[in-house]
Each structure stands twice: as structure tokens, then as C-alpha cells.
Design a protein around this ligand. Sequence first.
Ligand SMILES: [Mn+2]
Length: 319
Amino acid sequence: MLELNAAEAAKTLLSQDNILILTHRNPDGDTLGSAYALLRALLSAGKTAGVLCADEIPQKYAYMWAGLPALQFEPQFITAVDIADEKLLGASVEAVYGGKVDLCIDHHMSNTKYAKSLFLAECAATCELIWAVLQEMGTALTPQIADCLYTGLSTDTGCFRYSNVTAETMEIAAKMLRAGANFDTINRVMFETKTRTYLKLEELVLKSLEMYFGGRCALVTITQEMFRESGSNESECDGIASLPRKIEGVLIGVTLRERTDGTFKVSLRTYAPLDAAKICGKLGGGGHARAAGCELNGDSLTTEKQRLLDVIQTELENI
Ligand SMILES: [Mn+2]
């Protein structure tokens, strides 16, 4: 595995053609903003390139690919953006491109270093790193690219509210505004707009609320039955993970989401000094200090949930 900086990543990309950009499954604004900003930059450099995602991409992100050609080509160079672990490619994409990623650009320090070369740096969003690469590539910043990059910056920071925001994040966002990013529309779509199905799901999820450890830990569960009853689905779940941590006194919010195969995805959101990545790391997962994830095998949910709570209790006792 070769560690690259922005200039080296840019040089590598410009030396290649027929470039396929992979996003993570259950895609969010950062992986998509990174992918489509990079795609637009590569197309403007005369390259043949495309984006591939294992899951259907929600229509609210459609402005990212508006006006782009759907190119048919045989991929020769595989790039992954905002993907800490190959497992996050999603089964269908991992089956084809597992072990074949040439370049990964990522901001998760838990990155498993699965790619042949890696541009990894700690920052609020992978879009910050993509911006660094685009500058090295000499890409002209268009309003469309600014929309993509702004989306990643705002969605990975809860609209610039989380502790992962740095002065650099704000400075890049300012550059995107100057380039014409539709920040007000993007913020409205990403943070203010809820579908009726999502609202129903949120109502059901709140009823599942459990409090632990003197009110310092809040846990909610999303079941497949809740999806059926609300008409919602996994793609609408982004906002749920931040709900339990909003309760006064809560230091750690836990969201358990049941998958169709009966396994559970765990999302943790913490406040300092609790380290979400450390807790998830003890259970085979990873992520960032304030937001991280891991898996629970559905076979013995009660036992595994207890294991998770035990780890959380230990961390709470140590602060
Ligand atoms: Mn990200």
C-alpha cells in the first residue's frame, strides 16, 4: 500500500483513463459529493469516467449528476471515495471490485488500507481532500462542482455544527459559495426537508427509546416492521442516528437498525470525551471520534446488545 498526498493522487489520476469511482453503500452526501465532484473534474480533463454505487441513490442528490453523460466503458482504474473498509462497498460491488481498488481517498482514520494507494487525512469530510486533489489537477471550479463539494462539507458536519469542523472546513465552504454553490437549497433539502414516510418512521423510532446509565446513554431501534408500517426505508435513516444524542444529559446516542437479513447496524454519536470510534473498534467497527458504527449479528441480539452496553458502561465509568 502506497501512501499518497494530494499532488500525488492528482498526478496518478491524470496519468490514468477509464476511471471508475466507487461510493459506499447506503450513500451519503460526502461519498456522493466526493464522487461526482471528482467525476466532473475528470470529465473536464478529457477523461472517460463514471460513478458506481451498490445502492440506489436517493433523488434528492440528483443535482450532482444533472447534465452528465452516462458513459459505457471498461474500467481500467478503480477509485474509492469516503470508504473506510471494502465491506462498505456493498456486496454486489465488492464481489466485482474487492481487492481491485487502485486509489482510495478517505478521511476515516480507521481506514483498513485495502487499496493499492491511499490519500488519507483527518478532516471533516472527504470532500475537503477531493478539493485538494482538484486544485492539484488544475480543475476549474464550476458551480456544479461547488454544489457537490459543499454538500459533503455540510452533511458530514451536521451543517457545520459538529466538533469536526475546522477553520479549513469553513474556508473551503466559503470558496464553494464564491463559486456559486446553491448552499441554501442544499441545506434545505438535506436538513430541513422530511418526507412524510420519514416523519412516521421517526415517530415509531422515538417510541422505542431506552435510557441507560443514569440518562447518559440513549438507545433507539429501527426494525424492518417500522419500515413496513411507515413506508420509509434505509435511505431515509441518515437523520435518525443523531436523534438520541439530542436528549439533555445524553453523552452517547445509540441507533440499532435491523437489516433484511436480521443483522443490526449500530450507529453511535457521542459528545467529548467519549470516543465513538474506540467503542465501535472494540466490537469490530470503526469511524470517527463523535460518529462511528459497527455490526451486531442478529442471532443473539439480546446478548450482543448487552455486550455493546457493557463496552459503553466501561467507557462511561472511565470519564
Ligand atoms: Mn465522510
